[in-house]
Design a protein around this ligand. Structure first.
Ligand code: NDP
Length: 297
């Protein structure tokens, strides 16, 4: 039985960080700016705390300045907006990330739209969303950008490839579909109202699964030789009582026997998200200082 190539996100993310470290070092040694990333967390959600800590640690590892703002869950929307405004004006800060989800009393969209588009390293501001659609220079959401890098590293050109994106969220599905379109793939976007999801999937050379449904995509949904990118991160009960394990949106054990290449969970798309955040922070810094920036993707 053939076995798909495993696309190792840890390895690709490590390559990206090495390259970014070289570029940040070169920038500093030439008397240029030190890229600065500000991460804002409101509340004490344990998963968000881990993400924020990892983002700061990784930023420091590549030589960036990182600024952490940990605010209590009771923070008023106005206070948060005032902090974002201060960071917008701070010349040492080139990228601003407000960790989602925000407490219910805060309008997340309003906060995201208050970040200056040039510092919007998550790529969620309508200005950057619009630029992605219209083809201008944009900050691109980190997870889909990481998926695209993995796809291009494996396949080279995506032109003419039939791609399906399962999921239409603003964070993953929609920007992923736009990126694939930008690469001249023929793109289908599927969601919870799509009829015959399995049949749609079977036609695709590239499957990007971002539905948040554990192991929904079965092996017989995959066209033999297709490339499968599994964005899903789902915690499910493990065989051992009381324990849990992480699975993706794709039934890995089935799909690996059919696909040409596949990302595992964990160790696939997950590590790419922070690597691409650092990429976006360096890009933001270079653009704010009118310095050249060579895209990695
Ligand atoms: P959302 O819940 O925002 O969106 C899920 C999408 O999947 C929706 O468009 C929904 O359709 C669709 N969907 C849900 N159930 C089905 C179904 N049964 N059949 C077809 N479509 C379905 O999720 P996100 O996009 O934020 O995240 C998706 C997954 O990716 C999650 O597991 C999340 O944890 C993971 N993730 C991983 C990241 C990483 O770093 N690796 C980063 C971000 C997310 P509809 O619109 O019709 O409701």
């Amino acid at each position: 039985m053939t076995q798909a190539k495993i696309l190792d996100g840890n390895a690709v993310a490590a390559d990206v960080r090495t390259l970014l470290t070289e570029r940040v070092t070169a920038l500093r040694e030439s008397g240029g700016p030190i890229p600065g990333l500000a991460v804002v967390l409101v509340g004490d959600d344990p998963a968000s705390q881990v993400y924020v800590r990892n983002k700061n640690r990784r930023a420091q590892e590549v030589g960036m300045a990182s600024f952490e703002y940990l605010l209590p869950a009771s923070t008023a929307e106005l206070e948060l907006l005032a902090l974002v405004e201060r960071l917008n004006l701070d010349r040492a800060v080139h990228g601003i990330l407000v960790q989602l989800p925000l407490p219910k009393h805060i309008d997340a969209q309003k906060v995201l739209e208050s970040i200056h588009p040039a510092k919007d390293v998550d790529g969620f501001h309508p200005f950057n969303v619009g630029r992605l659609v219209t083809g201008g220079k944009a900050q691109i959401p980190c997870t889909p950008l990481g998926c695209l890098l993995m796809l291009k590293r494996h396949l080279g050109s995506l032109a003419g490839q039939r791609a399906i994106v399962l999921g239409r969220s603003t964070i993953v599905g929609k920007p992923m579909a736009q990126l694939l379109l930008r690469e001249s793939a023929t793109v289908t976007i599927a969601h919870s109202k799509t009829r015959d999801l399995a049949g749609e999937c079977r036609r695709a050379d590239i499957v990007v699964a971002a539905v948040g449904q554990p192991e929904m995509v079965r092996g017989d949904w995959i066209r033999p030789g297709a490339t499968v990118i599994d964005v899903g991160i789902n915690r499910v009960p493990a065989a051992e009582a009381g324990k849990t394990r992480l699975v993706g949106d794709v039934a890995f054990d089935e799909a690996v026997a059919v696909a040409g290449a596949i990302t595992p969970v964990p160790g696939g798309v997950g590590p790419m998200t922070i690597a691409m955040l650092l990429h976006n922070a360096l890009e933001a810094c270079c653009r704010q200082h009118d310095l050249p920036f060579e895209d990695l993707v």
